[in-house]
Write a protein that binds this ligand. Structure first.
Ligand SMILES: Nc1ncnc2c1ncn2[C@@H]1O[C@H](COP(=O)(O)OP(=O)(O)O)[C@@H](O)[C@H]1O
Ligand SMILES: [Mg+2]
Length: 369
């Protein structure tokens, strides 16, 4: 597990040291650097996947532009990461031991999208262990989804928009969710297909889903059933385009969590998107269950229901308090400061900084005024 990530000269950060836990919530104002943390991890993964030949700024996981785009505007020396004085972006990854990655900026080639990279200590945190990264912008209801054997089946990757989730479910639907916190007690079996349905029913009671190949094409189809018409024998299946948006949007998050294994690294942006408040807190419970299973979850969220869902999971003993790490990003005029309120065993936060999920109270004050 990665216990600390330090970014040097990367995008919004001159320097940022961030402790990470089994579950890390990144919260805070817009454009304060939350996604940059996920992007840094994905960038390293993408570069290592590509043979660690260089820092690969544009690829399957992230498209960050050129060296000029990622180098912090007011960059300074990365001297504790490399003894070379050239301008550079640097990443220090603590995972049992330090792993260093430095991407050198070549002033002659500012528009290059591969930066010369130096790696110190190896690449282990980004080697083959299961990895998912779901962007804020995910699949929407569609008539068909791609069917790629290489991505969904050989690599088990859901796609950054979750676009391979349907094919993944079709192929691995009978795989069992191991006994433990992820297994939904109300599901009709431990199989991934039924477990996914059970968790989706937390969002929409009575819903059922099915993933099928469309023979003779490179596409798969998702269909939903509701209440009495649900199940294999359902006569009335509905195509996703005729079903609420939020269900399809949440499906990749549910599958990413249910397939989490010890050693997985799972990066999620806005798992709450398009879900009703109770659905958001149930998503938090599922994310906590994935973390309790031994996966490392790093989650960007704007949802107080996700935050509170995590607090409740801690209070109920589903996740140890020190395993839930919360960071609040906010601008302080000259950059971003990060405040990290700890959660105690009762789910209470040690501090409540101004601007940190306090809008409910602000509005209430005005209403009662
Ligand atoms: N090269 C750079 N130098 C300085 N700041 C940058 C650079 N690239 C991006 N930023 C800043 O990073 C912020 C965007 O970060 P991002 O991680 O997308 O935020 P969030 O996810 O919190 O909305 C913006 O404030 C932008 O100005
Ligand atoms: Mg963001």
């Amino acid at each position: 597990m990665i216990t600390r990530l330090t970014l040097v000269n990367f995008k919004a950060f001159r320097r940022l040291g961030l402790p990470l836990g089994p579950l890390t919530l990144l919260t805070g104002l817009n454009s304060s650097g939350k996604s940059s943390v996920l992007q840094a991890l994905a960038l390293l993964r993408q570069s290592v996947d590509n043979g660690a030949q260089g820092l690969l700024l544009n690829g399957e996981l992230v498209e960050l532009g050129s060296a000029r785009d990622v180098l912090h505007d007011d960059f300074g020396p990365a001297d504790d990461l490399s003894d070379v004085d050239d301008p550079a972006v640097g990443f220090l990854v603590d995972a049992g031991k330090p792993f260093r990655f430095v991407g050198f900026y070549d002033p002659e080639e500012p528009d290059e999208d591969v930066m010369r990279m130096w790696v110190g200590g190896g690449t282990r945190p980004f080697d083959a262990a299961p990895f998912q990264y779901l962007h804020a912008d995910r699949i929407t209801p569609a008539v068909t989804y791609p069917r790629s054997r290489q991505v969904a089946i050989d690599r088990g990757f859901l796609g950054v928009r979750g676009e391979h989730t349907i094919n993944f479910l079709r192929h691995f639907g009978e795989r069992e969710v191991p006994d433990g916190p992820l297994r939904h007690p109300g599901a009709s079996s431990p199989q991934l297909r039924d477990q996914t349905v059970a968790w989706m029913q937390e969002l929409c009671p009575g819903v059922n889903l099915q993933a099928d190949a469309i023979e003779g094409t490179e596409f798969v189809r998702l269909s939903y059933g509701f209440g009495g018409t649900a199940g294999i024998n359902a006569t009335r299946r509905r195509r996703p385009t005729n079903v609420g948006f939020g269900l399809t949007y949440a499906l990749p998050i549910v599958v990413a969590c249910l397939t989490a294994t010890p050693g997985s690294l799972i990066l999620l942006e806005n798992p709450e998107a398009h879900l009703h408040p109770k659905g958001q807190s149930r998503m938090a419970a599922l994310i906590c269950a994935a973390a309790a299973t031994g996966a490392q979850m790093v989650v960007e969220t704007h949802s107080d229901h996700v935050l509170n869902g995590v607090r409740v999971a801690v209070k109920q003993g589903a996740l140890q308090p020190e395993h839930a790490v919360v960071h609040f990003f906010r601008g302080n005029g000259s950059g971003t400061e990060v405040i990290s309120p700890s959660i105690d065993k009762d789910g209470m936060l040690a501090q409540w900084p101004e601007g940190f999920f306090d809008e409910w109270e602000n509005s209430l004050d005005q209403l009662l005024d």
